[in-house]
Every structure is written in structure tokens, then in C-alpha cells.
Design a binder for this molecule. Structure first.
Ligand SMILES: [Zn+2]
Length: 324
């Protein structure tokens, strides 16, 4: 895509809106009653959207199945085969690792999750939508190009970012990851790609126990200790993320929107609240407006306390839709 087509902000809130992409198949991926990455996460988000009276204000779009070649832009054939070729019969599960399991519906759910991110990217880049949130599972940011792991099968954000680069011809992209865990799969995918800036904080030391990377112009993944709250995260954003984002001038921003750094979420040990997610989203919106024509595609990652997850997604969406 020619630079000039995306150089100027073209967000027009009178004609463009925020959409939520999802699909019933994402509810059918079920790793067992014991598993925190459960279908009830998406139901909790729906409940809170209704409670907040947001459900009728946001456009709903059904996620298509991702085409396999789009998945293979980010993943090896063997990574795809690990999922596709181990789908068990109905009622059974197949463990890829101790906490990443497949059920009969998992391949379709994974293709819907990636398909949501891809379709949202197309719609935002075509100017049909101002931005989009993908209410999807399985999540993606731990999935490396060569292997599913950490509840993640395919890396939805990385697949969509590669689509934006390769199919739409974008030259500079940013991925902001505010999940409590390090987005190791995304970092692996773009470590040597100067077109893609990754900005995150992550609780350290913590799963997936990757060593903190050297900070560079396009790698701004900042470790923070357990117990960190909004003050620490805002400091990280002001000191590290925002200068790097403005220097990179992304033409589109993807968000790995995990909400497990919430203080009510026992999966992590951090202390964010809804207002922190709203603040982060506002800051990302401001960068997107300045450099990217407002274009943002946000994809659900973690978030396991059902009430906190739903409330935090509402806070995130209210800012994206400019309803806050
Ligand atoms: Zn997480």
C-alpha cells in the first residue's frame, strides 16, 4: 500500500464505528471444567457489555475462519499440524502441554480467533471501521511461530500483523501487549523485523520465564515486579512505550489485550484496575490518531477473574468507541 494512503489520519466518527468480532465456535473450545481459560470468559464479557448498556451501541461482526495460508505466514507447517492433526473425538481432549489442550472444536475455534483478527484488520484498513475488538479464544500471544503453548494455539495478533504487512503493504506496525504475561510468541515472531514495534510490560519473574530482552527501538518489553499497579505501568508507558511509539510512527496498532494484570485476577500478581486499562487505551488511541489514522485492532488475550475481565473489557471498549 502506498505510504500516502495511510499517512494522514482519516478517522471519521460520524461514519465509522467500533465493532466486536467473535464467533460461537470460540465458545466451543473447552479444555476442561478445571481450566481457567474457559468459555465462560466470553460469556462474562457479554454480561458486562449488557450491564453497561454497551451491547446495542457496538456493531457485531461474525469472525470468518482464517485461511490456512494466512496462518502459515506466521507459523510453521508443523505448528499448524500440531493443532490440526491432533483434534480428538467429541468428549475427549488432547494435551499439547500441561495446560494447553485441544478438544474436538479447538481447530475451528483457533481459525475463528485468527479469522477475527484478520477480518478486523481488513475492515479497519478499508476504512469501514474506526477500530475493532476481537472477543476471541483461544488467546494467542504465547504461541511461537513453531509451537502452541500457554493456552495459545495460533498467535492471532501476529497473524493479523503479518497480513497487514504482507497483504496490505504497511511498512510500520506497533503491537502493544498489556497482558500480565510476557508475549513471548509475538516477540519471537518479530524480533528481527524492524517494521514491527512491540511494547509491553510483563510481570517478572513469571510465566513463561523468558529472560527480559534488551530494549531496542522496536522492542520495548519492560519487566515489572509482582505487586506493580497502575502507577508503575503508567510510568513504563510514559518513559518507554510512548517515546518509542512516536519515533516508530506506526501505520496501524494492534493490541494484545490481556486483562490478567487486574488486581482481582489470581493468575497474576499485579494490581491494575479498570481505570488503568482505560488510561492505557486512551494513550494508545492518541498515538493511533497521530500516526495511524486511528487504526486499532485489539484482540483478547488473558483475563481469568470473570467479573474483573468483563468490567475491564467494558472500560477498554468505552474508550475505543469514544463512549467514556
Ligand atoms: Zn496472560
Amino acid at each position: 500500500m502506498a505510504e500516502q494512503q495511510h499517512a494522514q489520519p482519516d478517522t471519521d466518527r460520524t461514519t465509522m464505528s467500533t465493532a466486536i468480532y467473535s464467533h460461537p465456535d470460540c465458545l466451543r473450545h473447552d479444555m476442561g471444567d478445571w481450566h481457567p481459560e474457559s468459555p465462560s470468559r466470553l460469556q462474562a464479557i457479554e454480561d458486562q457489555l449488557i450491564l453497561a448498556r454497551l451491547d446495542g451501541l457496538l456493531e457485531r461482526r461474525l469472525a470468518p475462519l482464517a485461511e490456512v495460508p494466512a496462518v502459515l505466514r506466521n507459523h510453521t507447517e508443523s505448528a499448524l499440524a500440531l493443532v490440526r492433526d491432533h483434534i480428538p473425538p467429541p468428549g475427549e481432549t488432547y494435551a499439547l502441554d500441561a495446560d494447553t489442550l485441544l478438544c474436538h472444536a479447538s481447530y475451528d475455534a483457533a481459525l475463528r480467533a485468527a479469522g477475527a483478527a484478520l477480518a478486523a484488520t481488513d475492515a479497519v484498513l478499508k476504512g469501514e471501521l474506526a477500530n475493532a475488538f476481537c472477543a476471541i479464544r483461544p488467546p494467542g500471544h504465547h504461541a511461537t511461530p513453531s509451537a502452541p503453548m500457554g493456552f495459545c494455539l495460533f498467535n492471532n495478533v501476529a497473524i493479523a500483523a503479518r497480513h497487514a504487512l504482507d497483504s496490505h503493504g504497511l511498512e510500520r506496525i506497533a503491537i502493544v501487549d498489556f497482558d500480565v504475561h510476557h508475549g513471548n510468541g509475538t516477540a519471537d515472531a518479530f524480533r528481527d523485523d524492524p517494521r514491527v514495534l512491540m511494547a509491553s510490560f510483563f510481570q517478572h519473574p513469571f510465566y513463561p520465564y523468558t529472560e527480559p530482552e534488551a530494549l531496542t527501538a522496536t522492542c520495548v518489553n519492560v519487566p515489572v515486579p509482582a505487586g506493580s499497579g497502575g502507577d508503575v505501568v503508567r510510568q513504563v508507558a510514559r518513559e518507554y512505550w510512548l517515546p518509542a511509539l512516536h519515533a516508530h510512527r506506526p501505520q496501524m496498532i494492534f493490541i494484545s489485550a490481556g486483562f490478567d494484570a487486574h488486581r482481582d485476577d489470581d493468575m497474576g500478581g499485579m494490581a491494575l484496575v479498570e481505570a488503568d486499562y482505560a488510561w492505557i487505551t486512551r494513550e494508545i488511541m492518541a498515538v493511533a490518531r497521530e500516526h495511524a489514522g486511528g487504526r486499532i485492532v485489539s484482540c483478547l488475550e488473558g483475563g481469568y477473574d470473570l467479573s474483573a475481565l468483563g468490567r475491564s473489557v467494558v472500560a477498554h471498549l468505552k474508550v475505543l468507541a469514544e463512549l467514556d
